[in-house]
Design a binder for this molecule. Structure first.
Ligand code: ADP
Ligand code: MG
Length: 343
C-alpha cells in the first residue's frame, strides 16, 4: 500500500497531559524524571506519601530494565538469548512478563511476536544503522521467529539456538503496572506515570476529576486530541515514532509484521489502546497496529475489554464506542474525519 502522508516528525510518542500541574491542586506534589527502558519517564504523585512513592516506583522500573535489557550482558533476557539452547532460570517478574507475552502472542494470532528480534536486528533497528535486508535473508531469519518455539516451565525458560526474545512491545506496560502498584502500596491514591508515552493513571486527579490525557498527533508536533480517564493505562504505537527512510525513498517503521518480516505498512499511522492494565494496553497497541484497521476492529468486536483510537495515513480517526464521550479532537484537527466503531 502506498504511503501518502508525509510524516515529518518522528521523535518519540509523547502523550502529554494537561492540567496535572495546575496551581489549584491541593496538597503535596512530587515528581521524578529519569531515563529508563530507552525513553524519558516522568512520574508524578500527590499527597503525603508522594515523595517515597515516586522514588520507589522509579527504582522498581529500573530494576525491571536490568532484568530485561536485550543489550546488557547481565540481563536475564540477554542470557536466555545467548544460552545456546540451555535453560535459564528467571525471576518471578521476568517469568510473568514472558508468560504474558506468550499468552498475548497466541491471543492475537501471532501479531504480537516476542521473538521478532533477529528480524528487527537485520533491519538495523537495534543499532540505528538501518538497512533493507534482502528477501532471502528475511526468509532465513523468519525460521527462528515464532513464539511457539519458546518453552517456559515454571521459572525455567528455554530458547532454541537462534531464537531471541524481545520484550520491547510489552515491557514498558508491565513496568507501568508494577510501578503503579508500588505507588498504591505507599498509600497514594492519585498519580500519573508517563513512561515514554505509555500513560498509567492511578486514581483521579487530586481534585477528584478525571485526568486529561493528550493523544499525540501522529502527523506532526503536539496533540491530536484529549481523553478524559482515570485508573487506566493509555498506550500508543505509531509508525512515526521510530522509522528510517530507505534508499528507495520509502519509510520503514520499527514495528514488524511477523508474517512477512517487513515493517508494517497497512495504512495506519497510530493506534492508542485504553485498558485497565498497562501490559494489556502495550501488547494490544503493537499488535493492533500490526493487524491494521480491519483486523483491529474485528479483534475489538470479539473481545471488547479495551478501547481504541486508530488513525490512518489518510487522516481518518476511528474510536471505539466506549470512549466516544471521553475523547475530544483538538480544534485544528476539524478536517480529520471521526468514525465510531460500534459492536
Ligand atoms: P514503543 O515501545 O517503541 O513505544 P511498541 O510498544 O509498539 O512501541 O513496541 C515496539 C517495539 O516492539 C519495537 O521497537 C520492537 O522492539 C518490538 N516489536 C516490533 N515488532 C513487533 C511485533 N510484531 N511483536 C512484538 N514486538 C515487536
Ligand atoms: Mg506496545
Amino acid at each position: 500500500m502506498k504511503r501518502i502522508t508525509a510524516i515529518l516528525m518522528g521523535i518519540g510518542i509523547s502523550l502529554a497531559f494537561a492540567g496535572c500541574t495546575s496551581q489549584s491542586l491541593e496538597g503535596q506534589q512530587e515528581q521524578v524524571n529519569f531515563f529508563g527502558m530507552d525513553t524519558y519517564m516522568t512520574i508524578t504523585a500527590y499527597g503525603e506519601d508522594a515523595g517515597e512513592a515516586v522514588e520507589e516506583a522509579q527504582a522498581r522500573i529500573l530494576k525491571l530494565e536490568k532484568e530485561w535489557s536485550v543489550t546488557d550482558e547481565s540481563s536475564q533476557i540477554y542470557q536466555a538469548n545467548h544460552s545456546g539452547g540451555s535453560p535459564v532460570t528467571l525471576s518471578d517478574d521476568t517469568r510473568d512478563v514472558v508468560s504474558f507475552a506468550l499468552e498475548m502472542a497466541e491471543k492475537t494470532g501471532g501479531a504480537l511476536e516476542p521473538t521478532i528480534y533477529p528480524v528487527l536486528e537485520a533491519w538495523g533497528f537495534t543499532t540505528d544503522e538501518n538497512r533493507i535486508p534482502a528477501p532471502d535473508e528475511i526468509q532465513t531469519l523468519l525460521e527462528h521467529v515464532g513464539y511457539e518455539q519458546v518453552s517456559l516451565s515454571g521459572n525455567e525458560l528455554t530458547l532454541p539456538e537462534g531464537v531471541e526474545l524481545d520484550l520491547g512491545a510489552v515491557g514498558k506496560g508491565y513496568a507501568g503496572d508494577a510501578a503503579a502498584e508500588v505507588i498504591k502500596e505507599q498509600g497514594v491514591t492519585s498519580a500519573l506515570l508517563d513512561l515514554g508515552g505509555n500513560i498509567q493513571a492511578v486514581g483521579k486527579r487530586p481534585d477528584g476529576t478525571d485526568w486529561r490525557i493528550g493523544i499525540r498527533n501522529p502527523f506532526g508536533d503536539g496533540q491530536m486530541g484529549m481523553l478524559l480517564a482515570s485508573d487506566c493505562a493509555v498506550v500508543t504505537s505509531g509508525s512515526y515514532e521510530r522509522y528510517f527512510v530507505g534508499e528507495d525513498g520509502k519509510e520503514y517503521t520499527h514495528i514488524i509484521d511477523p508474517e512477512t518480516g517487513y515493517p508494517v505498512d497497512n495504512g495506519l499511522v497510530s493506534v492508542s489502546i485504553i485498558a485497565e492494565e498497562g501490559k494489556v494496553a502495550d501488547a494490544l497497541s503493537t499488535s493492533m497496529f500490526v493487524k491494521g484497521l480491519e483486523g483491529a476492529e474485528e479483534y475489538w468486536k470479539e473481545h471488547q475489554d479495551f478501547e481504541m483510537i486508530a488513525v490512518t495515513e489518510d487522516g481518518d480517526i476511528y474510536v471505539t464506542e466506549g470512549i466516544e464521550d471521553q475523547f475530544t479532537l483538538g480544534d485544528s484537527f476539524g478536517n480529520m474525519e471521526l468514525h465510531i466503531i460500534t459492536s
